[in-house]
Each structure stands twice: as C-alpha cells, then as structure tokens.
Design a protein around this ligand. Structure first.
Ligand code: FAD
Length: 580
C-alpha cells in the first residue's frame, strides 16, 4: 500500500513554547525543512506567559559581570539537589550545551539574555550552589518587529504586568515590589513608556514593550519569521505514525481536516505537560489535585506524552510537577502563582488548624510539596491552605491579584476581586470566616510574632537562606522576610496546590530521543520541555530551570536529527491512535 501524505517536511515540531521554537530554529539553520504546529489559536504556550527566565550554569555572561562558575560545581549542585534520580549524562549534557545554546541564539537570532548577578540559586547554601549569575532574563523586545504576528502570540499573565496591563522587566518589578530607591520615578517612566507608544495605543491596550516570557517568545518567533519557518495554529497533534519501529510522521487536525504530515527526519514533541488533564492528574498526582489550580494556559493536556506512550515509550516522574501555590481569580482562565508575596514580612501560611507548616519563603515547588506532606499527616488540612496577613502587609505589598493598599485600598478593589480575600477586625473573626481553628491561629501568631519581632523563625527558618531574602523587603531589618502581624484588619487568601506545568513525561536521553521501556530509543521521536520527564528530578535548582532545559534539549534534538540519515519509508504506515 502506498503511503499518502498531505504535507511533507524534514522535522515536525509539535508545540510552540520556547523549547519547540528553539528546536525549530536550530533545525532550520542546519538546513532542514521545518513545520511548527500549535494546538491553540495562539503561539507561545506557558513559555509566553512565564517570566521567560532560563537557568544556565557557566553562561557566557558570568565572567564579565565578575562572577565565577564551573561545570564541575554546576554538575555537583544539580546531582545533589536532584538526589540521584536523574541520569548523569543528561545533567552533563545540560551544563555543557545550555551555555552553547544561549550563545548560539545570541549570535544568530534576535534572542538576547542578561544574567542576573543577585538572583541566587534556589539552594545557594548547597555545595555547588551560587549566589547569582546562573539565571538569565530575556531582554525586552519591541513587538512592532513581529508585524501582524504580534496578535497571534499568547498574551502575558496579568500578574506579570503593572496594573495588569503594562510590561515591566524583572528588575523593574523588584524595585516596585518594596518601593526601592527611585521607585516613584521608575513608575512614571514605565507609564510614560506605555502611553508614549502612540502607534501601539491607537491599535490596542496591549503593551508593545514586551518583557519576560513574551519577550522571549517574540524574539524566537521573529527569528523564525526571518527564516521563513511556517507555523500552523489550531493544528493539534492527534497521533504519531510509526513504520517498522520508526516514527515517520503524525496525524494532525487543521482547519477542519485531518492531515497526515510526513516528517522525513524526525518529530519533536514539545507539547507541554499534562497539567490541564484532570484524568491524568487523578491517576498520577498526590490527591487532591485539580487541573484548574494550574497557572498555565488551558491547552497542555498531555497529548504528546500519550502519543508517545502509544508507541511504547517509557515515562518517569509522573507524580511530580513544577508545583507552585496558586490563587483563584474570578473570571481568569488560569490561576495566579504566588511566587514572591509569601516571602515578604508580615504574613504566614496556615492549615485548617491554624498552624504553620512551612517556611513561607521557600521555593514555590517546595511549598506545594510541604502542603501535600503536611496534609497527609492529618493534623490539619493544608490542601488548600491560607495565606494570612495584617493591615500593614496589605498597605505595603501586593498579594496575588491585589495591588498594595497604597495603590489600591480596599474601597477601590474591583468587584470581581471582592471574593478573592477575606477580611476581619480580629484574628478570631477572620479564622471563623475561613473555617480555620481560631484558637490555633491565635496561638500560632502569638509565637510567630514574638520571634518575628526579633527577626527569628526557629520553627521554619524563614529568611535565613540567601534565596529567601532575594524577594524580602530590605527596609525591614534584621530579617527582611519577617515582621509580626499586629495591625487590624487581618486578611486571608486561599492558596491551592497549583503548578506552573507538570514534570512527568516521556523518558529521554542526552539527545532528547524518546526511550522505550527497554532503554532503546524510538527512532525519529524526540521529546523536550514538559513533554519529557524533567532532568531536574523532583526539584527546582534555580529560576529558569524549566525553560532552560526545554530550550537546550530542543537545540540538541535538532542537532541530533540533523546528524541522522533521512529514513527511506517503504513499509505501509501504521497509525497509533490515542484518546483525545
Ligand atoms: C506565571 C509563570 C511564570 C513562569 N516563569 C518561568 C520562568 O521564568 N522560567 C522558567 O524556566 N519557567 C517558568 N515557568 C514555567 C514554564 O513557563 C513552563 O514550565 C515551560 O514554559 C513549559 O514549556 P513547554 O515548552 O514544555 O510548554 P509550553 O510553553 O506550554 O508549550 C507547549 C505548547 O504546546 C501546545 N500543545 C499542547 N498540546 C498540543 C498538541 N496536541 N498539538 C500541538 N500543540 C500542542 C500548547 O498549546 C503550547 O503552546 C513559569 C510558568 C508560569 C505559569
């Protein structure tokens, strides 16, 4: 039987996050004919709504900034924090090629990064950990370079924008967070930047000064436009086509049709994780686990992972996520991650018994591990838990969707946010409103406040790590993460066991080839990003630990595909269907 194809290419890349786009770019530069396809009506995925940071040990900017790093230290650090669950080869490949990937993009595309000297690794006190430099942020990008493609890019998360609308860099956001030196002038400059873009303002509210994940995705998309790489939106992968043990193409939906796309050299699955698939969460995750708690756009439902499993691919780490505490905002399609506000002085996180159970400033993934671990002990419900703060915290700092009180007093909180938080004049009254044991909460605060006034947290050590203090308030001393909760009214926000993507996925090797249960690669099939089992094990070594590997292994997948001979497809095609 002769195979029939609706479209042919050398490399089919499924998914338009930063990893997929990097794979597409590198493959194109190696002379391969690439087709990039995306399930939703916008490209960019979670990568577009993210901070866009990448964690690249030994990156080429470190020395010029006066820092120091070595492959040996980086490998030792990753091995230590991943506790032996990740193959050494992948760790070594990441450290060796992450740096090369960034340099390549900077020299050959519109993508630009800067290293963050003060952004510590998440466990800087662990041997091989660093006080900064490994995390890199994308430089801002002018959306006018994208032309009409700007409209097709996924918009940023409102939580990453000033007043939910205006782009800020990570550095700017940090100054504004605690009203650091020059914050007022900076606010005016940001507002001016936005309003003085008359061309942009005449078109829409959306800021064309792109930062964070939007800047990264725009730079990648624009570089792909330079190369003429086609991108199909609303073209979900349905299944892979395998011939004699080799993946030769895929079945897609596109514009109301079912299409068979031949991939002469390989298919790269870059279709994100399964965080939006309730059945997979129920099967694999600790419980309870809800798809709507995720801070990601609602399209990553494990399609790529299941398509690989249909061909006998092995999976790993399915019980893990890039966990992050999240809060629900009425009317928004994804929840908001609480990355920084927990760190600030004057708040605690408590269970239904009113007890603290975690260092609130710990890395976000660890917070949710602690929520589940504590919940399992049965001493009090911590999935969900509550973030409790006082009037002083409310006045000075943001919390999730709430701007600081000085900019948005309670009287000006919009209608849709009225149910976002609870408020009461006493701790007991607040506890009654949120269904928490009032006496327990009062006891917790009595102890917490006494120690916090001294800048100490003997129970959970908040503010002791250099990482904790990065988002602390430097005006508050001796511990920028600790202050007693004294001033009424008191507030509480419900916190869910959310995520910024899942970690479990197809098992891959150093070239991002998908492996079968017996360890043999499936020829022609590659997986990267959250479609692949994370090379960071159960942990999160530093800011950018998800997109950094996604881009690096996308880069390596393209290079490996290029190194392979094109397959001669002679046998009849066998389609592997999977449940949509
Ligand atoms: C608010 C926020 C901030 C974050 N900040 C950072 C950060 O600074 N640094 C960092 O490293 N990580 C960060 N993360 C996490 C990070 O964004 C994700 O883990 C990462 O972007 C996942 O990349 P990916 O390529 O696997 O998936 P995605 O970027 O989600 O891309 C996958 C794409 O595949 C598409 N797709 C799904 N199914 C199919 C199908 N069947 N066919 C075709 N296409 C399909 C999806 O629609 C999506 O566009 C953040 C996350 C959030 C929510």
């Amino acid at each position: 039987m002769k195979e029939t194809w609706d479209r042919e290419c050398d490399v089919l890349v499924v998914g338009t996050g930063a990893g997929g786009m990097t794979a597409a770019l590198r493959a194109r530069d190696l002379g391969l004919d690439v087709l990039l396809v995306e399930k939703s009506d916008r490209y960019g995925g979670t990568s577009a709504v993210s901070g866009g940071g990448i964690w690249i040990p030994c990156n080429h900017r470190i020395a010029a900034l006066g820092g120091q790093d070595s492959a040996q230290e980086a490998i030792h650090y990753i091995r230590t924090v991943t506790k032996g669950v990740v193959d050494d080869g992948r760790i070594e490949a990441y450290v060796e090629h992450g740096r090369r990937m960034v340099e390549y993009l900077e020299q050959n595309s519109r993508v630009r990064f800067e290293a963050q000297p003060a952004y510590a690794d998440y466990y800087p006190e662990v041997s091989g950990g660093k006080p900064g430099f490994r995390s890199m942020d994308p430089l801002p990008f002018d959306a006018s370079q994208l032309g009409d493609e700007f409209e097709r890019m996924r918009a940023p998360s409102p939580g990453t924008l000033m007043m939910g609308r205006i782009g800020m860099t990570m550095k700017e956001a940090r100054v504004l967070l605690c009203r650091g030196p020059g914050w007022f002038g900076l606010s005016l400059r940001i507002l001016w930047r936005y309003w003085s873009d008359l061309g942009g303002r005449l078109r829409s509210r959306r800021d064309r000064f792109l930062t964070l994940g939007n800047a990264l995705i725009a730079a990648l998309r624009s570089s792909l436009q330079d190369r003429g790489v086609p991108l199909w939106l609303e073209a979900p992968l349905q299944s892979l086509i395998e011939v004699d043990g080799r993946v030769t193409g895929a079945v897609l939906q596109h514009q109301g049709r079912t299409l068979r796309v031949k991939a002469r050299r390989g298919v790269v699955i870059a279709a994100g994780g399964f965080e939006r698939n309730q059945a997979m969460r129920s099967q694999h995750h600790p419980q309870p686990s809800q798809a709507q708690w995720s801070a990601t756009p609602p399209f990553n439902s494990g399609d790529g992972i299941r398509a690989g499993q249909q061909l006998g691919a092995a999976t790993a780490l399915m019980e893990h996520s890039w966990w992050a505490p999240t809060t629900y905002v009425q009317g928004e399609e994804k929840q908001r991650a609480l990355f920084v506000e927990r760190t600030l002085p004057g708040c605690v996180m408590v269970d239904s018994a009113g007890q603290r159970f975690v260092n609130e400033a710990a890395p976000y993934t660890d917070i949710v591990y602690a929520m589940y671990a504590h919940n399992a002990k049965g001493q009090g419900t911590s999935v969900p838990c509550w973030m409790v703060f006082d009037a002083e915290f409310r006045r000075k700092y943001p919390c999730g969707a709430l701007l600081p009180g000085y900019a948005q007093p309670d009287s000006r909180v919009p209608e849709h946010l009225r149910s976002y938080y609870q408020k009461a004049d006493s701790i007991e009254a607040l506890a009654a409103k949120i269904g928490v044991d009032g006496q327990g909460l009062a006891r917790t605060l009595e102890r917490f406040n006494r120690n916090a006034a001294l800048g100490q947290d003997p129970d959970f050590h908040k503010g002791e790590s250099l990482f904790d203090r990065y988002y602390g308030d430097p005006h508050v001393q001796p511990n920028p993460c600790l202050a007693p909760l004294l001033k009424a009214p008191f507030y509480a926000v419900q916190v869910d066991a959310g995520d910024i993507g899942t970690k479990g996925g197809l098992l891959t090797d150093v070239h991002a080839r998908v492996l079968r249960e017996d360890g043999e690669p499936i020829a022609g099939l590659y997986a990267i990003g959250n479609s692949a089992a994370s090379m960071m094990g159960a942990t999160y070594p530093g800011a950018g630990s998800t997109i950094g590997p996604a881009m690096t292994f996308g880069f390596l997948a393209a290079e490996h595909i290029h190194s392979q001979e094109a397959a001669a497809h002679v046998a009849p095609a066998r389609e592997m269907q999977h449940d949509a």
